[in-house]
Structures are given as structure tokens and as C-alpha cells.
Design a protein around this ligand. Sequence first.
Ligand code: ATP
Length: 356
Amino acid sequence: MAGIRFESVTKRFDDVVAVDDLTLDIADGELLVLLGPSGCGKSTALRLIAGLEAPDEGLVLIDGDVVNDIAAKDRDVAMVFQSYALYPHMTVRRNISFPLKPLGVDRRDRDQRAEIAAAQLGLSDLLDRKPGQLSGGQRQRVALARALVRDPRAFLMDEPLSNLDAKLRAETRAELVELQRRLRTTLVFVTHDQVEAMTMADRIAIMVEGSLQQVGTPDEIYDRPANLFVARFIGSPPMNTWTASVTRNGDRGLAVDGAAVAIAEPERLAGLEAEVVVGARPEDTSLAVDGIPAISTHVESLGHERLVTCEHDDGRRIVVRLEAHQPYPVTGETVHLALDPAAIALFDPSTGERLP
Ligand code: ATP
């Protein structure tokens, strides 16, 4: 088991800065998810830990030791790829025990350790099959068992569930978390899927264009996004945002499209410029008699809740989350939106950074 540290790490590919001055501590035994849109540098960050890429600047540490000059094979970390990378001509048993061969483990021990790893992943009955005779989910487990068999200091996983269908993906996700909790081996998991990140992570590190935006528990990131990018990336549907003017008639307040918007602690508005970006999650946005005017354009029923998409005059869209029993508008109806005054987030319109 090992903690992992990035210290001011930069990695460039020609003029692309894939990882930009990354400083991040991953605790021993932690399940950290690296999350971000395609091309944000998350795979490169993982490959830097594995030793498949070398930093241009900064240090990568495993267990307190700088590993910049340590070859991938000597880092004692196990990587699981999206493609599984199984050997088609070998049995499951051989595939799982394969990483032990270069370590000089004799055949009997290799088989025994493969059987233990297979048992942990429910593969005991499949040991003599070849990968071609397995389902996608079973192949994925073989790839995990192969990572497990070496008892590595850390697991590194790059979108390992993305080839599975939705149901199997959710099941495997839960099993993987359960396995990691049991073994308490550090796991760094790369995904672009925020639901995967929210449901699995001890902490999430969100990257965009090579730079770390925020690192925190799923709740911290959902409740207190550090900037507009994170606010709009996390949450399904994402946080609604509006440009609001800060009004100063008597008490300070907010107005969006001419409608007053109450905020629980108006002192938060002290010292702000004339404009601010106001954010509210779909569950903190409701339909009211009075409020920000909009037109209902689409109602989606999900059984336990409804998502009502509304459009403002200028075409901006926002979503209201209603419980199934609540009344909902028909398409084309004019509605008025109210925001929960205690749940309002404020962002700087020029930098996008969260305001207190
Ligand atoms: P995805 O989810 O699409 O895999 P990612 O967030 O994992 O994306 P990376 O694969 O780390 O992103 O890539 C970050 C940036 O670095 C991208 O602009 C990518 O094109 C570039 N890049 C990555 N590897 C190389 C390489 N070997 N040569 C040149 N450019 C690369």
C-alpha cells in the first residue's frame, strides 16, 4: 500500500500541456477518482504514476520516494486498461498469473495465487476458459484479478468499466468499491463519467485542460463547487446558472431578468460588483407564482421525479427537478422560477471562481 504525490508536475506533448503544474496528494488506501472531459489530461496523470510517461517538470512520489527515474516495471503498481488487454490464447488462469512470471514465482505458487485472486472476483469456475469464451463483464474481472494477483502498492485504472453495458457497469462499480474497501489498496481511477466518480470516490480530483480545478469528497464538490466549470460539470442535470444584477435599493438583493431573487445571507453580496453569476441546483430551483420568467419546453418523467426544462427569452435553458407528486407545467406554458435562498451559489462573472 502506498500514498502517491504529484509535486508541481507538468507534462507536455509538443505544444499541448497535457498536465499543467499538478500538485495532488493521494492518501494511502484512498480511492481517488480523476475526473474530467476528454483530453483534460487525466490518462496522462495516471500514466505518469505508472511510469509510462515521464514528467517534464516536477516530481512523482510513491510511498514518499521520488519515482521519476524508476522504470514502470519496478514501480510495483498495477494498471488496468479500458481494453482489458488479455492474451486470447491463454486460459484465464494463465492470464491472471502472467504478471508473476517475471517476478520469478514458481508455477505452483503462480497457480495458487491466481486461484486466490480469481476467487475474490468470483471467477473460480472459469479458470480453464479462454477470454473468447467469456462475457465482457467476466473479461473485465479477469483484468482486475490480474492486477490483484501481484498484491501491488497501488491500482491504476483507466476507464475500466466503459466497455460494459449500463447495468453491468453499475454492478461492477459497486463490486470494485467493495473490493477496494476490503483490500484498502490505494486506487486511482480515471473516468469522464461523473456518476461513476460520485458513486465510487473517497475524493474526486477534477481536471480541465491539464489543470486541477478542485479536489474534495463527492459531497464537497457537489455542494461547494470551486468554480463555474465544476458547477456545470458535476450534477445530472448540472447546476443552473443566471447572470444577476446586485441591487442596492435599501437592502442589498439580487435580480434576474427583472425578478427579485432572495438570498439567505444578503451580507454575502457586500463588496460585489454590479453583476454576479447565481447558481442553483435543479432540486433547489422550483416553480412559483412569482419569480424569474421562463417558458416550459420539455417535461421528462423518470418515475420518482420529473425534470422540467425551461427556456428564457434569450434561449438559455435551465432545469427544475420536481418530485413525482408535484404539479408540473405543460409544454409552452409560462412559468416563474424561485431559487432556494439558502442554497444559492455565487460566482465571479469574469473569473468563474466561487464567491463565499
Ligand atoms: P480521454 O478521456 O479522451 O482519454 P484524457 O483526459 O485522458 O482524455 P489525455 O489522454 O491525458 O486526456 O490527453 C491530454 C492531452 O494530451 C490531449 O490534448 C491529448 O491529445 C494529448 N496527448 C496525450 N498523449 C499524447 C501523446 N502521446 N502524444 C501527443 N499528444 C498526446
